[in-house]
Each structure stands twice: as structure tokens, then as C-alpha cells.
Design a binder for this molecule. Sequence first.
Ligand code: PLP
Length: 451
Amino acid sequence: MTGSTSDPTAVTHGDRLDHWVSSYATRARSMTASEIRSLFAVASRPEVVSLAGGMPFVQALQADDFADMVAALIRDRGAVALQYGSGQGDVRLREQISSEIMTPVGIAAHPDDVVVTTGSQMALDLVVRVFCDPGDVVLVEAPSYVGALGVFRAYECDIVHVAMDDEGLNPVALEEAIARVLASGRRPKLIYTIPSFHNPAGVTQGAQRRSEVLSVAKKHGILLLEDDPYGLLGFDGPYVDGSAPRAIRADDADGVVYLGSFSKTIASGLRVGWAVAPHGVREKLVLAAESAVLCPSNFSQLTVSQYLATQPWTEQIKIFRELYRERRDALIDSLAALMPEGTQWTVPQGGFYSWVTLPEGLDSRAMLPRAVAALVAYVPGTGFFVDGSGTNYLRLSYCYPEPERIREGVRRLAGVIEGELELLNTFGRTPNASNTKGSDDLVQTPPTNLL
Ligand SMILES: Cc1ncc(COP(=O)(O)O)c(C=O)c1O
């Protein structure tokens, strides 16, 4: 349909492919698909070793036992499991979260303080919905979780990155960032942090670091949003016996909203996560959840609840930890053996990711098509920043491929990096190196399986 300029009521679509493009809300402008999506469509072919996606290895679950449990659930409690439920979440599951899942991270939460959500991604969305107006400043780590950046962008927040070091969020840099924002006449609304086994940086805040970060937040009265989907998946250093890092919220129930998830400890497909929040915040979150989805899936919640009640879930987490430790070792050992000089990486003590710094002058986004052609995929660093930085970083995930495939993937990647270095040494730059500073197309949303 093409509008006529003489008729003011006519809708002008011109020859646009999307006829509704001029009708979208302002916030939808930041919801755009990444140009690297098409590359990742290729990267999901079986011949490509994907070190890109952060998918938990759910094949390690006892499928038959799970199936029997779900069948029994439907048979015995189907009328509840298949029905609408409460906006705040199933009360028995909230009790289990409080009494069993929160204890290892040191949180003593009443079940009333827990809000069950459709994955912790939804909890993130609800917190931002409740706290942030367009233009509000949120402080996030540099780099930060792509899915959180997507939420902050969707609510039109002003995202300010804060430097990290090998212990995660740097409290001095945090203090400086807050001072800069205050000097501009604004107050940050939230500090968003992933203290344990960071996505994508692979680092963990120690106890001292956590208390410093908390002190800065408290001093300025800024709400801390603690995102902890990987806390129970530590396998090394102080976490070698599976002991989880103590949550920041354990030391300040009033100043911290804690987000948890069953995606990595049970199954991401169930889409069950939760928030633990101060009383007043919790009430707002429930109202926001009801307007978004009425209630989280009763079926999924009862499945999780039944799983916790009847299956050896702590043993299963041990199995996951051991599996991910073995894959982490395969990744780190082969990086050490094969990567060209000048390449660096973090050695995670848990979780799914290692953050790689390329030799100077290389651009991970420009290199991606050549990596995919060499049958290996990763996520370029630029996806984890909103300001166009990150070109010489990339994220590698070791959670999904078998160790042998990981080794092969690193071998291919090392070959690609060697090739890039050769081009750089010959021509002074690599082909298509993105002149990316400030470029807006870097912060678009990748496919969900890359989060
Ligand atoms: C840091 C972080 N937060 C939140 C999420 C979302 O997890 P969920 O599956 O619970 O929505 C992820 C998923 O990868 C994540 O890495």
C-alpha cells in the first residue's frame, strides 16, 4: 500500500519491507537483530565446532528418570500442574528455593521474599521495568551479559560500563563511574553485576571484593542487582568441592535484589528462575509479573519442585560440575598449547566461559567469517559492550561440545588467528577490520542460543 501526499489520513508505507516501521514505539528501535545472526545460522551446522553458544549440556540429565517423574506429576497432580497459578510462583517451590537452594550461597530468605519467574531473564526484565525510566543510568560491568544489555536497551536506559579486573567488577572504577554520573547531575538507578563465574569474562569476585562492591553501592544508596545463574557450578580453586561463593545479598537483604536460575543446574528448557527481593520491591515485581505473563508456568514450576523433592539433584549438580570442569580443562589446555603468542584468556573456576584477548591489532568481529569458514565459531567481544569497544576480545564457551571437539575447535581457531596475524604483518591490517568505535550495529541482539 502506498499513501498519497494529498490525503492526510492515508498511511504512507512507500516500498518499505516492513509496513509498520513508522508505527513502532521508540523503545523498539533498539530491538534489532545482529548482522552476525546469519553467520551463526551457518555456525549451528554439525561440522562447525561451536564455542559460541552458552547452552547447558542437558543431555547429562537422567532422561528416563525425568520422564517417569513428569509422567507421575501429570497423573497425580495434573489438575494443578496444567492450571494457572499464582503470580508470585508456587508456594512449595518458593519454600524449596528458600530452604534448599539459597542456603549454599548464604542467603536466608523467607519464601514470601521469593518471586518465581520465567527464567532469570524475566526477573531481569521485571526489575528494570519496575525501576528504570527512559534515560536512567545503569552501571554494568565491561564486558556484561548480552541478555541484560538487551533488557536495559529495551527500557531505554543509559548504560555505563565499569571496568573489571581479574576479580571482576573493580570497586575503584565503580566509585569513579558513580562520581562521573553524579557530576552530570544524574543518579545511577542500578548496579548490575555477575559476581560468580562471570558471563562472558569467566572471573569471580572473592569475598573481599564483594564487600567492597557492596560498600560502594550502600554508600551511594544505589540498588545492587546480583545475577547468579552459575553460583552452584564452581569446580576449581576455593570452589573445588562444589562450595558456592557467598552471595552479596547474604550480607545485605535490603540493598540487593538477587536473581537465581534453574537453567544451568536442572534444565534451561523449563524456564524457571527467581528473584529474591526486599519486601516492597517484591510486591512491585509480582504486580509487574502479573501484567506480563499472569503467572509463570505451573507445569514447569511443579516439575522443578518435584525434581528437587524426588531426584538426587545435588548428585546431578556434581555430575554437571565434573563435566564442565573436564571441558574447561580441554579448552584451557589446548589454548595454552596452540594459541599464538600475544593471545590471553581467563581461566574460569566455574561456569561456562573463558574471555580471550587477541594479539594487538586483531578484530574478532572481522575475523568471524573466516573462523566460520574454518568451521569454528565464537562470540565476538563487541556483543558484550554497548559502546563499540571489545573488538579484540572474544568469548569461548566450553559447556556444550565434548572435550575432543573443544580441542579441535581451538586448533581451528588458532589457525585462523595465525592467518590473521600473517595478514596483519604483511598488510598492516586485516581485511574488513571494523572501524567500530561508537558503531551502533554492535549492540544488537544475537540469537538466544548465544546468550
Ligand atoms: C548472566 C546470566 N544471567 C541470566 C541468564 C538467563 O538465564 P535464564 O535461563 O534463567 O533466563 C543467563 C543465561 O545465559 C546468564 O548467563
